[in-house]
Each structure stands twice: as structure tokens, then as C-alpha cells.
Write a protein that binds this ligand. Structure first.
Ligand code: KG4
Ligand code: ZN
Length: 408
């Protein structure tokens, strides 16, 4: 049999996600057997952002259910006839950092047959370390008890691979290299160049806040709930579609700077923009105490326009410098329709093929982790499998004994 089946797990931020993918070597295509994502957004709203230890607790509470549901939907989970005897000492050792998971996983492992899986791919970084560890330790426990290899996956690499997922069944997209990837999320804003799949060169990125982070922080200043990106974007669209834009316009008062627009490199900065928004809001509040809906619409539009000007200008430069034939955009902020349209226009002008993830796959998910994992073929020993909050591209892992030559 040339097909392989892998489970993927993602817990780097505020989504607990698992997916099962089957890869058929003969047909060179993937089939998604199941994909389950549980968002923690509701839990983080009162805090206006993601708190690492709260994220960790939520992942701990949900991860076993999410994995069980994913395996069940994939038709891979069967109860045992008799309860299996689990070596609790071994489990406790593996889960020393995740004590709360010991009884939950012990119960799960003792009541289910080993599923027909060839490996488990897991996000090891970058991301919130306490959150990452939950996925990593769960993987260490499952791989150890089911005796299958683990594949460490870089979360950002996952965002690049998210464009592979088109339907339930899909194959590699026809893409010409060199390719530029623009990764825009709550934690990252960066340009990565690739001469082939799996080979990465960092070209530049934000020197302070990530784009998503700047959206979220500005939203908070206007009392908009986390995650602020979609809300700011909605207000900006409302202003863009209102007669005001063509009428009295934004006006001097709502004009924002374009940080590092002419810095001559591929770096960006969004923290200054955020501060400029803060001053703008303070000034308005000094005069009229509260922000009106129209103020929020204007600020949102002004902020998004500044972000897009910088992003388009830097992306143009990156495309020209690398002579890229295609542009891949990934990360939560890729869900922004106005940013997408601006990049579509740029790619038309530059004669570059543009790839965006399909709807729902720009935010964090395990499907993209499964894809990156399958492509990677890099398995590691469970003792070497660690979470790294600041994981960089091209990190090499101590290879494990079980390699899985799935992608050819
Ligand atoms: O990739 P992601 O799900 O998580 C991280 O790895 O960070 O990205 C989440 C980020 C949040 O900052 C959220 O506000 C932003 O993506 N986001 C958006 C939009 N949808 C999500 N930002 C701008 N416009 C959107 N439509
Ligand atoms: Zn992400």
C-alpha cells in the first residue's frame, strides 16, 4: 500500500485543531479525512487579547476531545473490547509539564485501539510556548504509546502550505519558482523567498508589532472586541463604501503616517502607526469625550489604508528584488478582503501569479500543519521534540529512527 495517513495537531495560539490526511503516492494527491478546529476566542475576549496561560489551560481541556473527534470522523477510532493497561509511570514522565492531561489521556489511550496512523505532525513553534507545549506533549504521549514517529512542523511553514488546500482532495498547486511568501498574522509579518518547496530565505519583516497585532491593539483602543482585525476591516469597508469618502473625505485630522515606507529595505514597522492612532483617539476624546461611529469608521479606514500602502510598496520591492514568479500570502490577516484586492492589483501589474488560502484556512488550523508535515518527511525522536516559541525557519531536528518517505 502506498498510502500513508497522518494526524496533525496545532496549538500555537488560540485554536485547538487536529486533522487527518491521507496521501496516496500513486495518485500524488491528498485526501482530507477529517479536520476539527475549536476556537478559544470567546475565552480571550474579556482580556482583549490572547493570554498564554489561559490559552494553555483551554488547550489542555480540549485537546483530547478534539483529537478523538478528528480520529472518529476519519473512521480511525475504535473502542477496545477490554480496557487496556496503561503504564501510568511512563505517561506521567512524558506529561510532567502537563499533569492535568495525565488522567484524560490515560483514559483515552486505555479505551481505544491504536488507530491506523503512520505519524503525527505537530506545530512546535513559533507561537506561545505554554500553548505549544500542550500539543507537543500530547504528541509525545500518543507517539510513544502508539509507537509511531512525530514530525515537527514550523507554524509559519504551515501558513505557506495553507494554499495547497483547495478541496477535500487536492494536489500540489502549479507554481513557478522563485516564489515569495508574505506571511501576515497576529504574531508575524515577514517576507520569505523560496527556490523550491521547503527551502526558505528570510528577506525582512516587521521590526516591532506584527500587522495582526497592530490591528488588534488599535481595535482595543476603540473598545472593539478581540480579535480586532475583522472589526476594523468592517468599519473601514463601511467608510470606503459611504458617500463620505468621495465627499468631505478623511480630512487632515485623520491622516496617518506610512512608517518605513522609504527605508530602502524589506523591513516594516507598525508600532509607530499604532501610537499615531492612540494620539488621534486622545485628541478626539479631549474634544468630544467619546468616539462616534463615524470617527471609528474614519480611523479604521485611515489605519487600514496606511497598512496597505506600506504592505503593497514593500511587497512590490520584494517581488522585484527576488524576481519572483509567484506570491503566496498566508496568515490570519490574509482574510482581509481589501488587502487581498490590493495585492491582486499589484500582482497583475507585476505579472506574478497570486495564491491565497481558501476561506477559513488563513486562520490557524491543523490542515496546513498536516500538509507541511507530509512534505517535510522529517521525523524526530519524542525526546528531542520540544516547543520553541521563537522557532526560526530552517531549524534542523535530530532525526528519529522512523522516517516516513511519504512525499516523492
Ligand atoms: O494566523 P492567525 O490566526 O494567528 C496567529 O498565528 O497570529 O492570525 C490572527 C490575526 C489576528 O491578529 C486577527 O485580528 C487577524 O489575524 N485578522 C485580521 C482579519 N481576520 C483576522 N486582520 C485584518 N483583517 C481581517 N479580516
Ligand atoms: Zn498563525
Amino acid at each position: 500500500m502506498n498510502s500513508k495517513t497522518i494526524l496533525a495537531i496545532e496549538t500555537s495560539c488560540d485554536e485547538t485543531s487536529a486533522a487527518v490526511l491521507r496521501y496516496d503516492n500513486n495518485a500524488a494527491c491528498y485526501t482530507v479525512l477529517s479536520h476539527v478546529t475549536l476556537s478559544q476566542i470567546e475565552a480571550h475576549i474579556p482580556y482583549g487579547g490572547v493570554y498564554p496561560n489561559l490559552a494553555r489551560r483551554e488547550h489542555q481541556q480540549n485537546i483530547t476531545h478534539v483529537i478523538a473527534e478528528t480520529l472518529q470522523k476519519a473512521g480511525l477510532l475504535f473502542p477496545t473490547k477490554n480496557i487496556l493497561d496503561i503504564n501510568k509511570g511512563q505517561l506521567a514522565e512524558i506529561l510532567a509539564r502537563e499533569e492535568i492531561l495525565i488522567p484524560i489521556l490515560s483514559d483515552f489511550l486505555s479505551k481505544h485501539e491504536k488507530p491506523e496512523l503512520d505519524a503525527i505532525a505537530v506545530t512546535v513553534g513559533p507561537g506561545l510556548e505554554p500553548a505549544l507545549w500542550v500539543g507537543v506533549n500530547t504528541t509525545r504521549a500518543l507517539c510513544s504509546f502508539w509507537n509511531i514517529p512525530a514530525i515537527p512542523v514550523n507554524h509559519m511553514e504551515g501558513h505557506i502550505y495553507s494554499i495547497w488546500a483547495v478541496d477535500e482532495q487536492f494536489a500540489a498547486p502549479e507554481i513557478n519558482f522563485p516564489t515569495l511568501s508574505l506571511l501576515i498574522s497576529g504574531g508575524h509579518t515577514e517576507f520569505i523567498s523560496m527556490n523550491k518547496w521547503g527551502q526558505y530565505e528570510y528577506l525582512g519583516g516587521t521590526v516591532d508589532d506584527a500587522i495582526g497585532e497592530a490591528y488588534d491593539k488599535c481595535a482595543r483602543m476603540m473598545n472593539l472586541d478581540y480579535p480586532g482585525g475583522p472589526k476594523i476591516s468592517k468599519f473601514a469597508d463601511e467608510f470606503a463604501n459611504s458617500p463620505l469618502l468621495g465627499g468631505e473625505g478623511l480630512g487632515e485630522r485623520f491622516t496617518l503616517p506610512r512608517p518605513m515606507l522609504h527605508s530602502g529595505d524589506l523591513n516594516m514597522s507598525f508600532s509607530g502607526l499604532k501610537t499615531a492612532v492612540r494620539y488621534m483617539i486622545e485628541k478626539i476624546k479631549n474634544e468630544q469625550e467619546v468616539l462616534s461611529d463615524l470617527d471609528i469608521m474614519r480611523i479604521s479606514y485611515s489605519f487600514e489604508s496606511a497598512v496597505i500602502d506600506v504592505l503593497v510598496s514593500k511587497t512590490k520591492r520584494a517581488l522585484q528584488e527576488t524576481n519572483a514568479q509567484s506570491l503566496i500570502v498566508g496568515g490570519g490577516v490574509a482574510a482581509n478582503g481589501t488587502i487581498k484586492r490590493a495585492l491582486e492589483l499589484l500582482c497583475e501589474q507585476e505579472d506574478v501569479k497570486l495564491f491565497f488560502p481558501t476561506r477559513g484556512l488563513s486562520t490557524d488550523n491543523a490542515l496546513m500543519i498536516a500538509l507541511a508535515g507530509i512534505h517535510k518527511q522529517e521525523t524526530t525522536d519524542i525526546n528531542s521534540l520540544v516547543a520553541e516559541g521563537n522557532l526560526s525557519f530552517n531549524r534542523k531536528w535530530k532525526m528519529g529512527s522512523g522516517t516516513i518517505p511519504i512525499f516523492q
